[in-house]
Design a protein around this ligand. Sequence first.
Ligand code: NAG
Length: 231
Amino acid sequence: MVVVSSSSSSFLLLTALVVLVSWQAFASDPSPLQDFCVADMYSPVRVNGFACKNPMDVNADDFFKAAMLDTPRNTMGSKVGSNVTLVSAVQLPGLNTLGISIARIDYAPLGQNPPHTHPRATEILIVLEGTLCVGFVTSNPDNKLFSKVLNKGDVFVFPVGLIHFQFNHDPYKPAVAIVALSSQNPGTITIANAVFGSKPPISDDVLAKAFQVEKETIDWLQAQFWEDNNY
Ligand SMILES: *[C@@H]1O[C@H](CO)[C@@H](O)[C@H](O)[C@H]1NC(C)=O
């Protein structure tokens, strides 16, 4: 008969807890099991991410994107006044399975990157030009807003999955930020677009009750143009 002393059984319990907690703490893409797995965009194979290109056919260009993030983007065509240039595994196949991506965001004077979430990524942002008011809101029941005004060189982090935004409150100067995201494919849910611009639309009965307004207000919102946002 095996007698487990109470100290060794509590050690076992502790170890099991630590393993469980550290396992649950993974908040990025699954770890690679090889040096790289450059995305093969032509493969018919469906896996979590993209299938790997034959390593014999991989070259330096698979890990490279020329002059992607140095040029200012046009924000004139955007209703919200921002333009996001994302470099994820789709644009840079070498990012497949690596759990990281990068983007440049240009903000018009008074432009914003509207409230949105990335279901698969934490985001870290650095301001390159101008001033940004940024923030995120915690989940239920608190829905607490954490916000801050950032100047050039300042860094802010938006925890995975939480609704966040950036707003350039300067009426004259544009702003620029670079962000890094902890997923090769962070995904973006722009709240207003998803709620009021879904195709087909969510019933106005549902939305009127959810937002505690008249159905006419919902119909008006649903009739607006919700610009495509691929980021
Ligand atoms: C973003 O900028 C690019 C390049 O300047 C432009 O082609 C594109 O139309 C812009 N997108 C929006 C939404 O304004």
